[in-house]
Design a protein around this ligand. Structure first.
Ligand code: AMP
Length: 132
């Protein structure tokens, strides 16, 4: 059984912030910033590729509610929502989860981005491929 299923079953402890019949939010053990929280479905779903739409709706509703609870209690200004799917994307725990990472400024939390200059011809071709 995966570590997050064990948390849901109460087999290992967690610091629960919010819960419904289908989803749960609890503090991330490694606190990128104060209040770093994970929101997960209660059923074992590995990644976005297996996520059904109803669970997706339940999850995002919980993300909104949990983010507002955290913001009201902790008073941060901004927040990152992060979701890794698959090992190439940095997923370590194979039970779908959305990270809520409060941002305080000078919080020594960094995400690397790899921007490339826009090529509008390529963007047009890609858009056509994705929509036709
Ligand atoms: P990811 O790299 O997106 O798969 O993130 C997995 C996250 O799960 C990491 O931020 C871990 O710190 C967190 N994590 C792993 N085990 C636990 C646990 N027992 N309780 C809370 N968070 C955990």
């Amino acid at each position: 059984m995966c570590v997050f299923c064990k948390i849901i079953n109460g087999e290992i402890p967690s610091y629960k912030i919010y819960e419904t019949d289908t989803v749960m939010a609890f503090l991330d053990i490694s606190q990128n910033t104060k209040g770093h929280t994970l929101v997960i479905p209660k059923k074992h779903i590995e990644s976005i590729f297996d996520l059904d739409e109803q669970t997706g709706r339940d999850l995002f509703e919980a993300v909104v509610k949990t983010t507002n609870i955290l913001k009201n209690k902790l008073g941060f200004k901004d927040v990152n929502l992060l979701n890794n799917n698959g090992s190439l994307a940095g997923q370590v725990v194979n039970h779908y989860h959305i990270h809520i990472i409060p941002r305080y400024g000078n919080d020594e939390c960094y995400f690397k981005e790899s921007p490339h200059e826009a090529n509008f011809e390529e963007l047009a071709k890609l858009c056509e491929k994705l929509t036709k």
